[in-house]
Design a protein around this ligand. Structure first.
Ligand code: GLN
Length: 483
């Protein structure tokens, strides 16, 4: 039963082949048995899951239908869940039980989805490896010595290991697409403003966006349907109608213009990944897509700009964790300054402290113009590059990551080496565009992802291309040995 996709589960539940409670119990048992190897969960909410599953079964028995009614999933542990610990992967929030549900959590619960728990993540979503969590590193089910990617690495590892059919994630600079690529999943970062950020603990507010991680594009469509839509409680949420994503999956891609940015295939890309990406392009050509070379000339400036803007916003967002109102407080503070200093020094891990320092520096008087303002100008240039490219093409295609998953610990002493892994993903966040990663093959037994980018609010187009590709390839159906 654990091999079923969300779409298959929806059919099975509708046909009364099994109940949501039965399925939920099977998956909870799998989590108990297998997750000790992976560390993909921070909290498993067993009782709540059973109660939600029973409620979903009762709703179905009363005649209600819906693709997510009774469907099991889990939330990245930065979506607030009422009465349940919401840690953000940090000691700072280890004792924090959210007093309310994030909009994403509330909407999925209202659709009848069953939440099995909260998944592990890089502390405050800062990372590309899931090694910075206070709760320990997450392991990649394809090779337990390797990272699953980050920061939504717990969600990715759990879905890849068939502990769950799908999970939520967030993507500030690649944290849905990159772990999806490194664990053989399909992951979608929606347009900025498509999915509400209300109740999603902020890292960098102008870049953060929630989205689905699942095994197929078809399942991402189902989950996105439950997450997307205007939310008056989020001032950056956009009031744009939500299409029926599942209905868009099967459209023909005959004549679709796909742009390959030449900057995405330069030095730094593992040639074995380049080869797999070119193979995926050939498959899409067979389906009728037309390939064009394009250029995104400012891409080389994306990493420096992102690693100024994201830490700057983080330093501001994380100032609320001061040991006073909620979260971790140090023992026996001498005075108020000591309380602030020690609560933050003891509550935040090394990577978070590094980002706060970089961000506070970039925003400080005298340096603001030199760093933050420059970075914002680069951001505009990157957006302009995309706007120009989308005059000529419908979708942009390239690798999701320059390398397959690296060994746990391999980049620990070199934060910049880890930052460079984000080179292909962060531009979409800087521009606010939707992006999707889907399985494209393997290098030495480790999965590789191909990334698709589209114009604003064209999530349906991304899902359509990915779905058509997944109908003629089987990379996405492969499961890691032992899971
Ligand atoms: N790796 C990037 C960072 O560390 C992106 C993380 C994310 O998308 N949350 O900031």
């Amino acid at each position: 039963m654990h091999q079923l996709t969300l779409a298959e589960i929806a059919r099975g539940l509708a046909d009364k082949k099994f109940s949501s409670e039965e399925l939920t119990r099977v998956l909870l048992a799998r989590i108990a048995q297998l997750d000790p190897q992976l560390n993909s969960f921070i909290s498993v909410t067993e009782e709540l899951a059973i109660a939600q599953a029973r409620a979903a079964d009762a709703r179905r028995a009363a005649g209600e239908t819906g693709a997510l009614l009774g469907a099991p999933l889990a939330h990245k542990d930065l979506f607030c869940t009422q009465g349940v610990r919401t840690s953000c992967g940090s000691k700072m929030l280890d004792n924090f039980k959210a007093p309310y549900d994030a909009t994403v959590v509330a909407r999925l619960a209202a659709a009848g989805a069953v939440s099995l728990g909260k998944t592990n993540m890089d502390e405050f979503a800062m990372g590309s490896a899931n090694e910075s969590s206070y709760y320990g590193a997450v392991k990649n089910p394809w090779n337990l010595e390797h990272v699953p990617g980050g920061s939504s690495g717990g969600s990715a590892a759990a879905v890849a290991a068939r502990l769950l059919p799908a999970a939520t994630g967030t993507d500030t600079g690649g944290s849905i697409r990159q772990p999806a690529a490194l664990t053989n999943l399909t992951g979608l970062k929606p347009t900025y403003g498509r999915v509400s950020r209300w109740g999603m603990i902020a890292y960098a507010s102008s870049l953060d966006q929630g989205g689905p991680l699942a095994r197929t594009a078809e399942d991402c469509a189902l989950l996105l349907q439950g997450m997307a839509g205007f939310d008056p409680q989020d001032s950056t949420s956009i009031d744009e109608p939500v299409p029926d994503y599942s209905a868009l999956l099967n459209g023909s891609i005959e004549g679709l213009r796909i742009g390959l940015p030449k900057e995405y295939f330069g030095a730094g890309l593992d040639p074995r990944i380049a080869e797999l990406i070119h193979q995926s392009v050939k498959e899409l050509e067979k389906l009728g897509a037309v390939i064009k070379e394009i250029s995104l000339p400012n891409m080389q400036h994306a990493i420096p700009a992102y690693y100024v803007i994201a830490p700057a916003e983080a330093s501001s967002n994380l100032s609320r964790f001061d040991g006073v109102r909620f979260g971790y407080r140090c023992e026996n503070p001498k005075d108020l300054t000591d309380l602030y200093e020690r609560s933050r020094a003891e509550g935040f891990g090394a990577e978070v402290q590094r980002r706060i320092m970089v961000g506070a520096y970039a925003l400080s008087a005298g340096y603001y113009d030199a760093y933050y303002l420059q970075a914002q100008k680069i951001r505009r240039l990157i957006k302009n590059d995309f706007m120009a490219a989308f005059n000529d093409v419908d979708v942009i295609l390239g690798p999701t990551t320059p390398n397959p998953a690296w060994k746990i610990g391999a980049k620990n002493n070199d934060p910049v080496a880890a930052y460079l892994e984000d080179v292909y993903t962060i531009t979409a966040n800087l521009a606010g565009l939707p992006g999707l990663s889907m399985p494209a093959g393997f290098v030495e037994g480790l999965p590789v992802g191909v990334q698709l980018l589209a114009p604003y609010f064209q999530e349906g187009r991304l899902l359509n291309v990915a779905h058509r590709y997944q109908q003629v390839t089987d990379w996405h159906t492969r499961a890691p040995a032992g899971f």
